[in-house]
Write a protein that binds this ligand. Structure first.
Ligand code: ATP
Length: 336
């Protein structure tokens, strides 16, 4: 039986890195039938809809998506597609594994970094509730609820238990946002009490940022509200070589959408030099999710082999190869 998955190539570098991921997945031999759902700025502007019906229908049918980035206009324009999708399908958990790749030269190359970021995906300052009270005075609502905080905390601790992760750090700013982050923290503490075998600690987000740079190897699983999760994800990506290599998953009760941490990178779009590693490793997460664990393991190993050899890396990680040359190398490594 084939697996049916929705493919949203997105825009910017999205189509290039999605194509690479589809090739790599196909080379694993797993039978995936793709339902393609185009989405980009032009379609959104023309249809006036951030999330077209055909895209939601497809995801409701397949329940699994592989998604490239879609450009979000800055300071105005339509709402973020990514945020809308996460809210509409209630993809409450954003999971981002951040791991040192073998052989890759980075500022932290002598340190073995292996952490997983759990970012709450549906509320916080992403509520989109902004209001101009009077001219030049704006408020933006940070929404934190017990339901969403307990849900992400439970998801993170359960993941830790199932994946032999031993330490969870909840990240907050409850010294200043005593009510909002205070509630998030209370939910994390109450959940931690149900998992006595897992070490639990709390870090204020500014201190956490510094600790991540000074001793990244001491972090195991990070648990954060939406905005801190967004910022810390990019910081953590920088520790292991940049946005080109960090994958992600948006998990809900009924759907899972896999996408890289990076955005549409318009500065390099269409030039054939985007690093597809993040999308390919997101595909590894997809394979695990659909029960193809052996293929997931083989694809992960193939990517690691290409990095260990270091001959076909893209420019963002110090190489000179194109998106296609890197993908060719992964496909060859899979066949070896
Ligand atoms: P968003 O707000 O949509 O998340 P962003 O502002 O974080 O986007 P990105 O589009 O992720 O920005 O790009 C940030 C920088 O990282 C850019 O210089 C971009 O070229 C680089 N970058 C992002 N993804 C990749 C990739 N896959 N390969 C190479 N460089 C990348």
């Amino acid at each position: 039986m084939p697996h049916y998955c929705t493919l949203i190539p997105g825009d910017g570098i999205g189509p290039e890195v999605s194509q690479a991921a589809v090739r790599a997945l196909s080379a694993t031999g797993v039978d995936i039938v793709w339902k393609r759902a185009e989405l980009n700025e032009a379609i959104i502007l023309e249809s006036g809809k951030t999330l077209p019906k055909y895209l939601l229908d497809s995801l409701n049918e397949t329940r699994v998506g592989l998604k490239g980035p879609v450009t979000t206009p800055v300071a105005g324009g339509f709402q973020s597609v990514n945020v809308q999708l996460r809210k509409t399908l209630d993809l409450f958990a954003n999971v981002r594994p951040v791991k040192t790749l073998p052989g890759l030269k980075t500022r932290f190359q002598d340190v073995a970094i292996d952490m997983v970021i759990f970012r709450e995906n549906t509320e916080d300052l992403y509520s989109g509730l902004e209001h101009e009270v009077v001219k030049d005075v704006v408020t933006s609502l940070k929404v934190i609820t017990r339901v969403a905080s307990e849900r992400i905390a439970n998801y993170a601790f359960n993941y830790a238990r199932l994946n032999n992760r031993t330490h969870v750090a909840a990240i907050h700013k409850a010294n200043i946002m005593k009510l909002a982050d205070g509630l998030f923290l209370r939910c994390c503490r109450e959940t931690a009490a149900k998992f006595p075998e897992i070490h639990y600690k709390e870090l204020i987000v500014d201190n956490a940022s510094m600790q991540l740079v000074i001793r990244p190897e001491t972090f195991d699983l990070l648990l954060l509200p939406n905005l801190y999760g967004d910022i810390i994800s990019d910081l953590a990506a920088g520790l292991v070589g940049g946005l080109g290599i960090v994958p992600g998953a948006n998990m809900g009760e009924h759907h899972a959408v896999f996408e890289a941490v990076h955005g549409s990178a318009p500065d390099i779009a269409g030039q054939g030099k985007a690093n597809p590693t993040a999308m390919i490793l997101s595909s590894v997460m997809l394979l695990t999710h659909i029960g193809e664990k052996d293929a997931a393991h083989r694809l992960q190993s193939a990517v690691e082999k290409v990095y260990a050899e270091g001959k076909y890396l893209t420019g963002d990680v110090g190489g000179a190869s194109s998106t296609i040359e890197f993908t060719d190398a992964v496909v060859r490594a899979l066949k070896d």
